[in-house]
Design a protein around this ligand. Structure first.
Ligand code: ADP
Ligand code: MG
Length: 225
């Protein structure tokens, strides 16, 4: 699904990430951890084509990112759902419309996805909040809106950047269960988090590999988390 071969990335100065090789198999579940500022968000941006490697090759769905023009990247990105770290919503639009936004923006018919939209909102447990406005939502509700929005185009891969960043333990477990359920439905999952207790808790529910960024490199973490 996503393959990296000796990928490096630099924002201009020294390399932030270097010599990263990895293959994310279909249906796999990965965590990505590392201290704040180590490059987790940058790594995810590389994985969905928002950034292009400064060195090495990155293949998304068997296509080299560098061979694609902007339209080509946009097309592939529909197959990758991203839950952004700082989920931004349009505050004057209700939850349903914020979730449907990727459809509206890419000119697809919301009516066509109508059934899907309702189901998705119930699935994340926001059926009763469908008409609420973003400023009225709790942190956990916002994260679930962000997750639903990432799923509206039925992506094959879900990348989540600190999805449990602003929520309490109970809500972080609930979000984790949703991500595990998605994985059971066949989706490939990658979650960036600095929260090692979340990773430990996940191990009871899913076979996950843990990647760690350390010394600018991507390493497979051992069982000693
Ligand atoms: P993490 O998600 O692990 O906290 P990030 O990928 O957000 O790490 O950031 C890694 C480093 O790259 C940080 O030092 C950050 O300041 C720097 N960085 C992030 N985005 C940019 C950017 N657009 N331009 C320059 N430096 C950036
Ligand atoms: Mg980050």
């Amino acid at each position: 699904m996503i393959e990296l071969d000796e990928v490096a990335y630099s924002y201009g100065g020294d390399a932030l990430l270097t010599a990263m090789s990895l293959s994310l198999a279909p249906g796999s579940f990965h965590f990505l951890t590392g201290p704040s500022g180590s490059g987790k968000t940058t790594f995810l941006k590389l994985c969905y084509g928002a950034l292009v490697p400064t060195e090495g090759q990155l293949r998304l769905f068997d296509t080299d990112i560098r061979d694609l023009n902007r339209d080509g990247i946009a097309h592939l990105r529909r197959r990758v759902g991203v839950v952004h770290q700082d989920c931004q919503f349009l505050d004057h639009l209700p939850v349903t419309e914020n979730i449907a936004l990727p459809l509206t923006v890419s000119g697809q018919s919301v009516a066509e996805h109508g059934g899907n939209l309702g189901e998705l909102i119930s699935w994340v447990g926001l059926g009763a909040r469908a008409q609420a406005l973003p400023p009225e939502l709790s942190g956990g509700e916002r994260q679930r809106v962000a997750l639903a929005r990432a799923l509206i185009q039925s992506p094959d891969i879900v990348l989540a950047d600190e999805p449990t960043g602003n929520v309490d333990w109970e809500m972080s477990q609930r979000l984790l269960r949703l991500l595990v359920e998605l994985n059971r439905m066949g989706k490939t999952i990658l979650i960036a988090t600095h929260d090692l207790s979340l990773i430990r808790a996940a191990k009871a529910h899913v076979q996950a590999r843990v990647l760690r960024i350390s010394d600018q490199r991507l390493k497979l973490a051992g069982a000693d988390l």
